[in-house]
Design a protein around this ligand. Structure first.
Ligand code: ARG
Length: 570
């Protein structure tokens, strides 16, 4: 069981036995690690309610815990704290339980079906760094929810139905390119060219709009061009997401929501929610206690073309019918917060959310060192593939400096994994809602709070474990800690399940990064202060090896949730 719930249960019992409400027994991690490991502050509110001295109440509850072998001390401190220290024997037994539990002592959660909408690339447009955050944060949230036991369906939600498709089709026509003749490189160049042209060439802009409308109405020629753009673009996107280690269960797009849109419009109509406004159709979504103005949501333009919000409503209906989810999560940057607010409100009015709970989990911007959104050296939008190439090239330079003998293939593997870890941990160690500065040198450093630092730690552990295996030395039972460094390491272990739960409730991969840095720091101190393979005594050596094995597993599980892989050499 999760340590905080186990201790809370014990303290709640104690409060109840003394005649107070059990809810006073909440135990938290100590904020004074010099004094204790865990604490309970429930005597303070209990004293208020019972008009008694808090220290006296703390004393009554604490008295019941004396003699409980899990604690090395249970003390009260003014004004009414209960301070708990775990005994060495208990720490060892917790580690043992954890080693035997695949789920790292996580409590079972009620299993939910969750659809996660992330990635969100736009077909035929190059991926840019904004798509990076959605992909890696979304992937981590999916993996975290799966680890906690939920059924997760990750959907890429391709932007494949908008004006960009019409622009590309129109430009292909002007260039006399047949539907089968385009390559991914063509597309990378065609879209920016067409988009620029539409800005200055009104006739072309009109043509692109017409092609978009034709596509949405099912015109066979436009559909054929669209299909070939889709297949080229999807293959290219798959390559990029494979490199990032991001994989979606579904590759649905906005186009797949199209058949649901007329049904959504019918529902809105039947419920009397549609209102005409300047030739367009809108739905009023304001609520009486809104603090900020909430304009009506536009659901149909004058020309009848699909819009982003209506497509999202169609998508919700599609998801409801295909997956019957309990929750729908949307991982996009925070500039779309308003959009989702409107969509969720409108969906609720339409009765689409009877069972589904919708959440937008927004993220901030990746900035350059100038504090502005990250750009190329020339000031253009940084393409994701270029960013990845640059990071991996720099990682390769680092790998080449290393004096560890490696084959060319191993070097390529190490550089790739190092680069990805630098990028991902550099990003996710910040709370997702914050903007952060992309600093490649710092992200790639093997010291400090970085991905490579975490990978080095795991590689170090694994190399000791490999040596032990070669020498035929087996791990054994984890013994009660004898030194501060050992105790500190063991103390960190039961906190992992709590961190996983916190990361989940806040949808914050950064919580897992903190746990990783904390654990790696404690491990490295232990490693530098203690002999492992050369340590005196069979039982102690076997115990330390078992600790290494457990720390390896914990770090690996957490890193895997963050989609960080460990190089075989570095
Ligand atoms: N394609 C959109 C973009 O690039 C993101 C899609 C987000 N998901 C959604 N259901 N609207 O901004």
């Amino acid at each position: 069981m999760n340590i905080l719930s186990a201790l809370t249960e014990t303290l709640s019992d104690a409060f109840a036995k003394c005649g107070y409400d059990a809810s006073y027994g909440v135990v938290t991690i100590s904020n004074r690690p010099d004094l204790c490991h865990y604490q309970c502050n429930g005597a303070l509110p209990a004293a208020k309610a019972h008009k008694k001295n808090p220290l006296a109440i703390a004393g009554e509850a604490a008295a019941l815990l004396q003699g409980d072998g899990r604690f090395s001390s249970v003390e009260t401190a003014p004004p009414g704290f209960i301070n708990l220290r775990l005994s060495d024997v208990y720490l060892a037994s917790l580690a043992k339980d954890m080693a035997a539990d695949e789920r790292l002592l996580l409590p079972l959660m009620e299993r939910k079906t969750i659809i996660v909408d992330y990635g969100g690339p736009n077909v035929a447009k190059p991926l840019h760094v904004g798509h990076l955050r959605s992909a890696i944060i979304g992937e981590s949230l999916c993996r975290l929810a799966r680890f906690l036991g939920h059924k997760v369906i990750g959907d890429i939600h391709l932007g494949d139905w908008g004006l960009q498709m019409g622009l590309v089709i129109a430009e292909m026509e002007e260039r006399g390119l047949g539907a089968d003749g385009v390559t991914a490189e063509d597309l990378n160049e065609i879209y920016p060219a067409a988009s620029a042209k539409a800005k200055t060439d009104a006739a072309f802009a009109e043509k692109a709009a017409a092609r978009t409308a034709a596509l949405q109405k099912g015109d066979p020629g436009a559909r054929k061009d669209w299909a070939s753009i889709m297949s080229v673009s999807k293959a290219d996107l798959r390559r990029s997401y494979d490199i990032l280690g991001v994989s979606f269960n579904c590759w649905y797009g906005e186009s797949d929501a199209d058949p649901y849109v007329p049904r959504v419009m019918n529902i809105l109509q039947e419920r009397g929610l549609l209102r005409e406004s300047e030739g367009a159709l809108v739905v009023d979504v304001a609520l009486p206690d809104d603090k900020e103005p909430m304009p009506p949501m536009l659901v149909q333009k004058t020309n009848g073309a699909d819009i982003y919000g209506t497509t999202d409503l169609g998508t919700l209906l599609q998801r409801k019918e295909l997956f019957d989810p309990d929750e729908a999560w949307y991982v996009t940057d925070n500039r779309q917060a308003f959009h989702f607010k409107q969509v969720f409100r409108c969906a609720k009015l339409a009765g689409l959310l009877e069972k589904i709970q919708c959440f937008h989990f927004p993220f901030g911007t990746m900035n350059g060192k100038d504090g502005k959104p990250y750009k190329t050296r020339e000031g253009g939008v940084m393409r994701l593939n270029d960013l990845i190439d640059t990071v991996v090239e720099n990682a390769l330079r680092k790998v080449n400096e290393s004096d560890i003998p490696m084959t060319g293939e191993e070097k390529t593997e190490a550089a790739y994994k190092l680069g990805m870890a630098a990028l991902k941990i550099g990003d996710m160690q910040n709370h997702r809602t914050k903007d952060y500065v992309f600093d490649m040198d710092r992200f790639l450093s093997s010291e400090g709070k970085t991905g490579p630092y975490l990978q080095y730690t795991v590689v170090r552990i694994r190399s000791v474990l490999a040596k032990a295996r070669e020498a035929g030395i087996a791990a054994g039972e984890i013994l009660p800690p004898e030194t501060d460094a050992e105790r500190d390491l063991l103390l960190a272990l039961p906190l992992v399940s709590d961190a996983l739960l916190r990361a989940f409730s806040d949808k914050a991969p950064s919580v897992l990064c903190e746990t990783l840095f904390d654990m790696a720091g404690r491990f490295n101190r232990f490693y530098f202060e203690h002999k492992i393979l050369q340590c005196p005594g069979h039982a102690l050596r076997a115990s330390r090896l078992a600790m290494l094995g457990l720390v390896d597993r914990v770090l690996t599980v957490l890193l895997d949730i963050l989609s960080v892989e460990i190089p075989s050499h570095m």
